[in-house]
Design a protein around this ligand. Sequence first.
Ligand SMILES: NC(=O)C1=CN([C@@H]2O[C@H](COP(=O)(O)OP(=O)(O)OC[C@H]3O[C@@H](n4cnc5c(N)ncnc54)[C@H](OP(=O)(O)O)[C@@H]3O)[C@@H](O)[C@H]2O)C=CC1
Ligand SMILES: O=C(O)CCC(=O)C(=O)O
Length: 467
Amino acid sequence: MSQQEFLNSVQHFIETATSHLDLPDGLAERIAQCNSTYSVRFGVKLRGRIHSFQGWRSVHSEHIEPVKGGIRYAPDSDQEEVEALASLMSLKCALVNVPFGGSKGGLAIDPNAWTEDELEKITRRFTQELARRDLINPGRNVPAPDMGTGEREMAWMADEYRRIGSSDAMNQNACVTGKPVARGGIAGRVEATGRGLQYALQSYLSHPDTAPVAGQKTPKGLTVVVQGFGNVGYHAAKFLEQDGAKIVGIVEHDCAIFNTDGLDVEAVAAHRTESGSVANFPGAETVPSEQGLTYMAADILIPAAKENAITLENCNDVNYSLIVEAANGPVTADAEECLTKRGIVVLPDLYVNAGGVVVSYFEWVKNITHLPFGLMDRRQNIRAGTAVVNALEEIAGRPLQEPQRTQISRDAREIDVVRSGLEEIMVQAFDDIMERKRTLPANTTLRTAGYVVTIARIAEYYRAIGL
Ligand SMILES: NC(=O)C1=CN([C@@H]2O[C@H](COP(=O)(O)OP(=O)(O)OC[C@H]3O[C@@H](n4cnc5c(N)ncnc54)[C@H](OP(=O)(O)O)[C@@H]3O)[C@@H](O)[C@H]2O)C=CC1
Ligand SMILES: O=C(O)CCC(=O)C(=O)O
């Protein structure tokens, strides 16, 4: 399945949504396409010869700056993929009301084929190319992690940007997000996308207008298969397990493992770290990866790997009640039609995985304000909370139990403030989708409702500047 298919799907979803909106002539077309895509080839001397690499940074829309979006390292990364991902960035930022336009980057590279030192050289070189064209810049374009990249790559990029010497030295740390906390990052960015998915699923299930899943309005007892056990898949699985869901399958690149009694997420992660694969996890059945999505029926599928995971080829063979799109673009447009006909609900990517960019926004704000969240009022809040705890204990004549004691004591650290802000945004965004859905024809999907919300907001920005 080509990356062109991914781009076509996003454009199809945009067209479907714009048919419900009364937009000025030509605006729908403008929103469906990326404004610019920069393609670069550069050489790095490694292992005694020059190796060439190709990368892209696409800007979908600068209706708000800076534009924002991750950088992917994958062997099959290409321009169409990067453009589809950049379009999704504009849409998800507007959906969750974070003040960024959309952008995305990609480097065609297999990160596993290079040592850490080599990857550092390649990343620093790529950063120089991006910086030269303001495609990394705190006020213009702010990259972040995506597949194949993480805190380590963001630290290299931020450091290289600093070395190059920016005219805005005060704010240079805000040139990328997803940095390690010790290098100007924020608590909770690593877990953010999985955490956002947890809030998204809670919001979906608890909403009065959504149907229960397997009779449930909470995740407790629901069976879940996760595809892709990387940053997003691992955290999503861990948080849903904490909410009482049962992770019955994990589908990875090299194989898939299943256990109807449930897989212990931390134990699987430890097993993979030790052996290099989830294969042969004790008590689980190991099957070929290609069979993973269709091997077992479960309540929920979380595709957390790549685009085009569910296509016309397998959409009739997957057996879930709900698909929660952690990855970008895992369900193609024609597959979604087939799933909808079969009564399978898709909770869409632009909402589900927005937690990453939301917490990136918090990090960017922290970097440009130079003030950690929660610092100024923490002591004051603790004093106020402790006074309430003491008064309640005196009235009750006994100590308060946990977790009430901690909740009332209001001892909020950066991670608590970040999670609280993320939850608020995810809950609000789902309400916005449902409110809009009520105004659309009865069979409108959650994706279309989400696209309508977000395209209406982007169109409003364009209207305000007279476009
Ligand atoms: N990181 C973030 O903050 C955000 C990520 N996303 C999206 O989430 C998805 C996952 O990203 P992330 O977790 O960061 O990436 P990671 O690189 O951390 O993890 C991806 C995982 O998926 C596995 N994988 C790759 N291809 C397949 C496949 N065909 N079948 C099964 N498993 C596969 C990889 O295995 P292996 O290592 O063996 O290749 C790896 O374990 C992407 O679509 C990304 O765009 C969305 C929003 C934010
Ligand atoms: O954190 C960010 O800025 C972007 C995350 C991302 O790439 C995505 O949401 O797909």
